[in-house]
Design a protein around this ligand. Structure first.
Ligand SMILES: Nc1ncnc2c1ncn2[C@@H]1O[C@H](COP(=O)(O)OP(=O)(O)O)[C@@H](O)[C@H]1O
Ligand SMILES: Cc1ncsc1CCOP(=O)(O)O
Ligand SMILES: [Mg+2]
Length: 317
Protein backbone atom coordinates (compact mmCIF):
# COMPACT_ATOMS: atom_id res chain seq x y z
CA UNK A 1 0.00 0.00 0.00
CA UNK A 2 1.30 3.42 -0.93
CA UNK A 3 0.33 6.13 1.60
CA UNK A 4 -1.64 9.07 0.11
CA UNK A 5 -0.12 11.54 2.53
CA UNK A 6 3.11 10.24 4.04
CA UNK A 7 4.25 11.45 7.43
CA UNK A 8 7.92 12.37 7.71
CA UNK A 9 10.20 12.19 10.72
CA UNK A 10 11.79 15.47 11.82
CA UNK A 11 14.64 16.27 9.42
CA UNK A 12 18.18 16.03 10.73
CA UNK A 13 21.47 17.08 9.14
CA UNK A 14 22.92 14.50 6.76
CA UNK A 15 25.51 12.40 8.57
CA UNK A 16 29.25 12.27 8.12
CA UNK A 17 28.90 9.04 6.14
CA UNK A 18 26.85 10.68 3.43
CA UNK A 19 29.09 13.74 3.39
CA UNK A 20 32.12 11.51 2.88
CA UNK A 21 30.48 9.46 0.14
CA UNK A 22 29.16 12.55 -1.68
CA UNK A 23 32.64 14.03 -1.64
CA UNK A 24 34.25 10.83 -2.89
CA UNK A 25 31.61 10.41 -5.57
CA UNK A 26 32.24 13.91 -6.91
CA UNK A 27 35.92 13.09 -7.20
CA UNK A 28 35.16 9.74 -8.85
CA UNK A 29 32.87 11.34 -11.44
CA UNK A 30 35.71 13.71 -12.35
CA UNK A 31 38.34 10.99 -12.39
CA UNK A 32 36.46 8.33 -14.34
CA UNK A 33 34.55 10.54 -16.81
CA UNK A 34 31.47 8.36 -17.38
CA UNK A 35 30.00 8.39 -20.89
CA UNK A 36 26.57 10.03 -20.71
CA UNK A 37 24.15 9.54 -23.58
CA UNK A 38 21.70 12.42 -23.84
CA UNK A 39 18.44 12.27 -25.75
CA UNK A 40 17.54 15.83 -24.84
CA UNK A 41 15.82 18.91 -26.16
CA UNK A 42 17.14 21.18 -28.86
CA UNK A 43 17.19 24.23 -26.56
CA UNK A 44 19.66 22.90 -24.02
CA UNK A 45 21.77 20.31 -25.86
CA UNK A 46 24.84 22.56 -26.10
CA UNK A 47 24.61 23.82 -22.52
CA UNK A 48 24.10 20.28 -21.23
CA UNK A 49 27.18 19.03 -23.06
CA UNK A 50 29.22 21.91 -21.65
CA UNK A 51 27.96 21.27 -18.11
CA UNK A 52 28.96 17.60 -18.37
CA UNK A 53 32.38 18.41 -19.81
CA UNK A 54 33.06 20.97 -17.09
CA UNK A 55 32.13 18.47 -14.38
CA UNK A 56 34.20 15.63 -15.87
CA UNK A 57 31.83 13.25 -17.71
CA UNK A 58 31.85 12.75 -21.48
CA UNK A 59 28.61 13.82 -23.21
CA UNK A 60 27.21 12.23 -26.35
CA UNK A 61 23.97 13.56 -27.81
CA UNK A 62 22.71 10.37 -29.49
CA UNK A 63 18.96 10.23 -30.07
CA UNK A 64 18.60 9.14 -33.70
CA UNK A 65 16.49 6.04 -34.34
CA UNK A 66 18.75 3.25 -35.57
CA UNK A 67 21.66 4.21 -33.33
CA UNK A 68 20.14 5.39 -30.03
CA UNK A 69 19.66 1.79 -28.86
CA UNK A 70 23.12 0.71 -29.98
CA UNK A 71 24.62 3.56 -27.98
CA UNK A 72 22.57 2.90 -24.84
CA UNK A 73 24.23 -0.51 -24.68
CA UNK A 74 27.67 1.07 -24.23
CA UNK A 75 26.86 4.30 -22.40
CA UNK A 76 27.48 4.59 -18.66
CA UNK A 77 24.04 6.19 -18.27
CA UNK A 78 21.28 7.70 -20.37
CA UNK A 79 19.26 10.91 -20.02
CA UNK A 80 15.83 11.13 -21.64
CA UNK A 81 14.52 14.72 -21.58
CA UNK A 82 11.13 15.57 -23.08
CA UNK A 83 11.68 19.30 -23.74
CA UNK A 84 11.13 19.15 -27.52
CA UNK A 85 9.95 15.58 -28.17
CA UNK A 86 9.69 15.38 -31.95
CA UNK A 87 8.32 12.17 -33.42
CA UNK A 88 11.65 10.76 -34.56
CA UNK A 89 13.21 11.56 -31.20
CA UNK A 90 10.42 9.72 -29.41
CA UNK A 91 11.20 6.64 -31.51
CA UNK A 92 14.89 7.00 -30.64
CA UNK A 93 14.06 7.42 -26.96
CA UNK A 94 12.02 4.23 -26.84
CA UNK A 95 14.83 2.40 -28.63
CA UNK A 96 17.35 3.78 -26.12
CA UNK A 97 15.38 2.92 -22.99
CA UNK A 98 14.68 -0.57 -24.34
CA UNK A 99 18.39 -1.20 -24.83
CA UNK A 100 19.21 0.45 -21.48
CA UNK A 101 16.90 -1.99 -19.73
CA UNK A 102 18.45 -4.99 -21.49
CA UNK A 103 22.02 -3.87 -20.80
CA UNK A 104 21.52 -2.53 -17.26
CA UNK A 105 22.31 1.05 -18.22
CA UNK A 106 20.72 3.37 -15.64
CA UNK A 107 18.56 6.06 -17.16
CA UNK A 108 17.04 9.32 -16.00
CA UNK A 109 13.69 10.71 -17.14
CA UNK A 110 13.16 14.50 -17.19
CA UNK A 111 9.47 15.03 -18.09
CA UNK A 112 9.81 18.67 -19.13
CA UNK A 113 6.40 20.42 -19.13
CA UNK A 114 4.54 17.23 -18.18
CA UNK A 115 0.99 18.17 -17.30
CA UNK A 116 1.14 21.33 -19.39
CA UNK A 117 1.11 19.53 -22.75
CA UNK A 118 -0.87 16.35 -23.46
CA UNK A 119 1.33 14.47 -25.88
CA UNK A 120 4.48 14.58 -23.79
CA UNK A 121 2.51 13.80 -20.63
CA UNK A 122 1.19 10.60 -22.20
CA UNK A 123 4.67 9.79 -23.49
CA UNK A 124 6.17 10.37 -20.04
CA UNK A 125 3.68 7.88 -18.57
CA UNK A 126 4.65 5.37 -21.26
CA UNK A 127 8.33 5.87 -20.44
CA UNK A 128 7.66 5.33 -16.73
CA UNK A 129 6.75 1.73 -17.53
CA UNK A 130 10.35 1.22 -18.73
CA UNK A 131 11.73 1.65 -15.19
CA UNK A 132 13.82 4.81 -15.13
CA UNK A 133 16.31 4.72 -12.26
CA UNK A 134 15.51 8.37 -11.59
CA UNK A 135 12.67 10.71 -12.44
CA UNK A 136 13.75 14.32 -12.06
CA UNK A 137 11.72 17.44 -12.65
CA UNK A 138 10.39 20.60 -11.11
CA UNK A 139 7.52 20.40 -8.62
CA UNK A 140 4.74 20.90 -11.18
CA UNK A 141 6.12 18.19 -13.48
CA UNK A 142 6.42 15.68 -10.65
CA UNK A 143 2.93 16.47 -9.35
CA UNK A 144 1.52 15.98 -12.85
CA UNK A 145 3.20 12.58 -13.21
CA UNK A 146 2.03 11.58 -9.74
CA UNK A 147 -1.53 12.34 -10.85
CA UNK A 148 -2.16 15.22 -8.45
CA UNK A 149 -1.31 18.28 -10.52
CA UNK A 150 -2.08 19.81 -13.88
CA UNK A 151 1.40 21.02 -14.79
CA UNK A 152 3.21 24.31 -14.57
CA UNK A 153 3.52 27.30 -16.87
CA UNK A 154 5.14 25.69 -19.87
CA UNK A 155 8.56 24.44 -18.77
CA UNK A 156 8.46 26.35 -15.46
CA UNK A 157 7.02 25.29 -12.12
CA UNK A 158 4.02 26.96 -10.52
CA UNK A 159 4.13 24.71 -7.45
CA UNK A 160 6.51 24.66 -4.47
CA UNK A 161 8.73 21.69 -3.74
CA UNK A 162 6.97 21.16 -0.40
CA UNK A 163 3.67 20.62 -2.20
CA UNK A 164 5.29 17.83 -4.23
CA UNK A 165 6.44 15.72 -1.25
CA UNK A 166 3.46 13.30 -1.21
CA UNK A 167 3.47 12.97 -5.00
CA UNK A 168 7.22 12.38 -5.14
CA UNK A 169 7.05 9.68 -2.45
CA UNK A 170 4.13 8.00 -4.17
CA UNK A 171 5.84 8.10 -7.56
CA UNK A 172 8.94 6.52 -6.04
CA UNK A 173 6.92 3.77 -4.41
CA UNK A 174 4.99 2.88 -7.53
CA UNK A 175 8.15 2.03 -9.46
CA UNK A 176 7.86 -0.86 -11.86
CA UNK A 177 9.92 -3.75 -10.57
CA UNK A 178 10.97 -6.60 -12.77
CA UNK A 179 11.38 -9.86 -10.83
CA UNK A 180 11.92 -7.82 -7.67
CA UNK A 181 15.39 -7.02 -8.95
CA UNK A 182 14.96 -3.59 -10.51
CA UNK A 183 16.59 -0.73 -8.63
CA UNK A 184 14.27 1.42 -6.55
CA UNK A 185 13.08 4.43 -8.49
CA UNK A 186 14.39 7.71 -7.13
CA UNK A 187 12.36 10.86 -7.61
CA UNK A 188 14.11 14.24 -7.50
CA UNK A 189 12.24 17.55 -7.34
CA UNK A 190 14.12 20.78 -7.98
CA UNK A 191 13.26 24.24 -6.70
CA UNK A 192 14.41 26.63 -4.00
CA UNK A 193 15.36 23.62 -1.85
CA UNK A 194 15.58 20.36 -3.79
CA UNK A 195 14.02 17.10 -2.60
CA UNK A 196 15.27 13.61 -3.36
CA UNK A 197 13.44 10.46 -2.28
CA UNK A 198 13.33 6.74 -2.86
CA UNK A 199 10.05 6.55 -0.93
CA UNK A 200 11.85 5.80 2.31
CA UNK A 201 14.47 8.51 2.83
CA UNK A 202 13.67 12.11 1.93
CA UNK A 203 16.80 14.21 1.46
CA UNK A 204 16.52 18.00 1.15
CA UNK A 205 19.34 19.98 -0.44
CA UNK A 206 19.09 23.76 -0.05
CA UNK A 207 21.45 26.52 -1.09
CA UNK A 208 22.45 27.03 -4.71
CA UNK A 209 21.36 30.06 -6.70
CA UNK A 210 18.17 31.41 -8.19
CA UNK A 211 20.28 32.50 -11.17
CA UNK A 212 20.01 28.87 -12.34
CA UNK A 213 16.42 29.70 -13.26
CA UNK A 214 17.55 32.68 -15.38
CA UNK A 215 19.56 30.63 -17.87
CA UNK A 216 17.85 28.01 -19.98
CA UNK A 217 18.74 24.44 -19.14
CA UNK A 218 19.30 24.87 -15.41
CA UNK A 219 17.07 21.88 -14.70
CA UNK A 220 17.79 19.94 -17.89
CA UNK A 221 21.57 19.94 -17.38
CA UNK A 222 21.04 18.83 -13.78
CA UNK A 223 19.41 15.68 -15.22
CA UNK A 224 22.61 14.90 -17.09
CA UNK A 225 24.70 15.40 -13.94
CA UNK A 226 22.34 13.09 -12.05
CA UNK A 227 22.84 10.43 -14.74
CA UNK A 228 26.62 10.71 -14.34
CA UNK A 229 26.47 10.48 -10.54
CA UNK A 230 24.15 7.45 -10.61
CA UNK A 231 26.38 5.60 -13.09
CA UNK A 232 29.50 6.25 -11.04
CA UNK A 233 27.68 5.74 -7.76
CA UNK A 234 26.74 2.22 -8.78
CA UNK A 235 30.40 1.47 -9.42
CA UNK A 236 31.21 2.91 -5.99
CA UNK A 237 28.41 0.82 -4.41
CA UNK A 238 26.38 3.84 -3.38
CA UNK A 239 22.60 3.77 -3.34
CA UNK A 240 20.90 5.67 -6.14
CA UNK A 241 19.13 7.96 -3.68
CA UNK A 242 22.46 9.05 -2.19
CA UNK A 243 24.05 9.43 -5.62
CA UNK A 244 21.21 11.68 -6.78
CA UNK A 245 21.42 13.77 -3.60
CA UNK A 246 25.18 14.09 -4.11
CA UNK A 247 24.58 15.28 -7.68
CA UNK A 248 22.21 17.98 -6.40
CA UNK A 249 24.71 19.06 -3.74
CA UNK A 250 27.54 19.26 -6.26
CA UNK A 251 25.40 21.25 -8.71
CA UNK A 252 24.09 23.66 -6.08
CA UNK A 253 27.52 24.16 -4.53
CA UNK A 254 28.87 25.13 -7.97
CA UNK A 255 25.90 27.45 -8.60
CA UNK A 256 26.36 29.17 -5.25
CA UNK A 257 30.03 29.73 -5.91
CA UNK A 258 29.33 31.00 -9.43
CA UNK A 259 26.66 33.43 -8.23
CA UNK A 260 29.01 35.09 -5.76
CA UNK A 261 30.29 38.15 -7.54
CA UNK A 262 28.45 37.71 -10.85
CA UNK A 263 26.04 40.53 -11.74
CA UNK A 264 23.55 38.56 -13.86
CA UNK A 265 22.63 35.53 -15.97
CA UNK A 266 25.22 36.00 -18.74
CA UNK A 267 28.31 36.02 -16.59
CA UNK A 268 26.69 33.50 -14.24
CA UNK A 269 26.47 30.92 -17.05
CA UNK A 270 30.20 31.15 -17.72
CA UNK A 271 31.06 31.25 -14.02
CA UNK A 272 28.88 28.19 -13.41
CA UNK A 273 30.88 26.13 -15.93
CA UNK A 274 34.08 27.31 -14.26
CA UNK A 275 32.73 26.40 -10.83
CA UNK A 276 31.65 22.91 -11.96
CA UNK A 277 35.23 22.34 -13.03
CA UNK A 278 36.91 23.79 -9.96
CA UNK A 279 34.71 23.17 -6.93
CA UNK A 280 36.78 21.00 -4.59
CA UNK A 281 35.85 17.89 -2.61
CA UNK A 282 36.28 19.99 0.54
CA UNK A 283 33.77 22.52 -0.85
CA UNK A 284 31.27 19.70 -1.41
CA UNK A 285 31.79 18.42 2.12
CA UNK A 286 31.19 21.89 3.57
CA UNK A 287 28.13 22.41 1.37
CA UNK A 288 26.55 19.08 2.34
CA UNK A 289 27.22 19.79 6.01
CA UNK A 290 25.44 23.14 5.74
CA UNK A 291 22.61 22.37 3.34
CA UNK A 292 21.59 18.67 3.31
CA UNK A 293 18.95 17.33 5.69
CA UNK A 294 17.35 13.92 5.85
CA UNK A 295 13.95 12.68 7.04
CA UNK A 296 12.39 9.24 6.95
CA UNK A 297 8.95 8.34 5.61
CA UNK A 298 7.19 7.00 8.70
CA UNK A 299 4.23 5.16 7.30
CA UNK A 300 5.68 3.23 4.42
CA UNK A 301 3.55 0.11 4.46
CA UNK A 302 6.13 -2.24 3.01
CA UNK A 303 9.91 -2.50 3.16
CA UNK A 304 11.11 -0.27 0.36
CA UNK A 305 14.31 1.26 -0.81
CA UNK A 306 15.88 -2.17 -1.30
CA UNK A 307 19.34 -1.76 -2.63
CA UNK A 308 20.48 -4.48 -4.99
CA UNK A 309 24.07 -3.35 -4.55
CA UNK A 310 24.16 -3.85 -0.82
CA UNK A 311 25.09 -0.38 0.46
CA UNK A 312 23.17 1.23 3.31
CA UNK A 313 21.11 4.32 2.57
CA UNK A 314 20.19 4.60 6.25
CA UNK A 315 23.60 6.08 6.83
CA UNK A 316 22.34 9.35 5.36
CA UNK A 317 20.95 10.22 8.79
N1 LIG B 1 14.69 29.78 -5.85
C1 LIG B 1 15.78 29.05 -6.09
N2 LIG B 1 16.90 29.24 -5.35
C2 LIG B 1 18.01 28.51 -5.56
N3 LIG B 1 18.12 27.55 -6.53
C3 LIG B 1 17.03 27.31 -7.29
C4 LIG B 1 15.81 28.04 -7.12
N4 LIG B 1 14.92 27.57 -8.02
C5 LIG B 1 15.54 26.62 -8.72
N5 LIG B 1 16.81 26.46 -8.29
C6 LIG B 1 17.80 25.51 -8.80
O1 LIG B 1 17.78 25.59 -10.21
C7 LIG B 1 18.01 24.31 -10.77
C8 LIG B 1 16.89 23.99 -11.75
O2 LIG B 1 15.73 23.80 -11.01
P1 LIG B 1 14.29 24.17 -11.58
O3 LIG B 1 14.25 25.59 -12.01
O4 LIG B 1 13.30 23.72 -10.57
O5 LIG B 1 14.22 23.17 -12.82
P2 LIG B 1 13.52 23.33 -14.21
O6 LIG B 1 14.46 24.22 -14.97
O7 LIG B 1 13.46 21.96 -14.76
O8 LIG B 1 12.18 23.95 -13.97
C9 LIG B 1 18.14 23.33 -9.60
O9 LIG B 1 19.51 23.11 -9.34
C10 LIG B 1 17.50 24.08 -8.44
O10 LIG B 1 18.09 23.74 -7.20
C1 LIG C 1 12.64 26.73 -22.88
C2 LIG C 1 12.41 25.32 -23.28
N1 LIG C 1 11.40 25.00 -24.15
C3 LIG C 1 11.34 23.70 -24.40
S1 LIG C 1 12.54 22.83 -23.61
C4 LIG C 1 13.15 24.24 -22.88
C5 LIG C 1 14.30 24.23 -21.95
C6 LIG C 1 13.85 24.01 -20.54
O1 LIG C 1 14.97 23.96 -19.69
P1 LIG C 1 14.83 23.83 -18.12
O2 LIG C 1 13.75 22.82 -17.85
O3 LIG C 1 16.13 23.37 -17.68
O4 LIG C 1 14.46 25.19 -17.61
MG1 LIG D 1 12.97 21.27 -16.56
Amino acid sequence: MVPMSPTLSDPVPAGDGFTRRATALTAAVRATSPLIQCATNQVVANFTANVLLAAGPAPAMVDVPGEAGEFAAIASALLVNLGTPHEAQRVGMLEAVGAATVHGTPWVLDPVAAGAVGLRTRFAHELLTHSPAVVRGNASEILALAGTGSGGRGVDATDDVDAAVPGAVRLALTATRHDGAAPTRVVAVSGAADLITDGRDVIRVGGGSELLTRVTGGGCALGAIIAAFVATGRVERMTDVESVAAAHAFYSAAAERAAAGTPGPGSFQAAFLDALATVTPADIGAFVGGHARVARVQDAAEPIGQNPRGADAGDTR
